[in-house]
Design a protein around this ligand. Structure first.
Ligand code: GRF
Length: 210
């Protein structure tokens, strides 16, 4: 794949990490469903085209997803990278982009899907938490996993402290995963993630920071 789009809803720190990683392919647009998303200004300041497809302007989830898919096709984005994109996507949208739609989620899936993952991890008392890059399938936060990074949960952690520790790893593994998919080293085949090279895959599958 030679081009990608990044979908955001807010801050855009993962978008920034992706753009700064100089991935092998052109970022043809950053698209937000919220005109006020802070990440839009940062992308524009770096010369990346930006678009807004405001979900509030559409009567239904289906209508919004159709407009979003059209915007992606219009700019020519092959790989679609969800980076803090806070919308549940319809099965039709997910099917249309099957194998080229990726998300980052702030937990070690399948633990803690959905929102408020850091609060949930602290409430559950887990000792290890982290983040996951995965291909998107219709079920929320459930798709085949590309790379995960683990971090310790420390005594006295607050949700914010834990979120910051996880976010540092998100900024490392998302560009790694996007690069592997853009280079064709990692693909979705029959619902499973297939790597060209076992050694690379083992090396990248789990990142455990020192
Ligand atoms: C990240 O924690 C990401 O994993 C989650 O939403 C947050 C977005 O942060 N899906 P940012 O907009 O990339 O800074």
């Amino acid at each position: 794949m030679n081009s990608y789009v990044i979908l955001i809803s807010g801050r855009g720190s993962n978008m920034q990490a992706l753009l700064e990683a100089r991935l092998p392919g052109q970022c043809v647009a950053v698209i937000s469903n919220r005109p006020e998303a802070a990440g839009l200004a940062w992308a524009a300041s770096r010369g990346v085209p930006t678009r807004v497809v405001d979900h509030r302007q559409y009567p239904s989830r289906e209508a919004f997803d159709t407009a979003l898919a059209e915007a992606i096709e219009r700019v020519g984005g092959e790989l679609v990278l969800l980076a803090g994109f806070m919308r549940i996507l319809t099965p039709d949208f997910v099917a249309h982009f099957a194998g080229r739609l990726i998300n980052i989620h702030p937990s070690l899936l399948p633990a803690f899907p959905g929102l408020h993952t850091h609060e949930a991890a602290l409430a559950a008392g887990v000792r290890v938490h982290g983040c996951t890059v995965h291909f998107v399938t219709p079920a929320l936060d459930c798709g085949p996993i590309i790379i995960q990074a683990a971090v310790p949960v420390l005594a006295g952690d607050t949700p914010d402290a834990l979120a910051a520790r996880v976010l540092r790893q998100e900024h490392i593994i998302y560009p790694q995963a996007a690069r592997a998919v853009l280079e064709g080293r990692c693909r979705l085949v029959d619902g499973r993630v297939v790597w060209d090279d076992d050694a690379t895959s083992a090396d990248l599958a789990l990142r455990v920071p020192a």
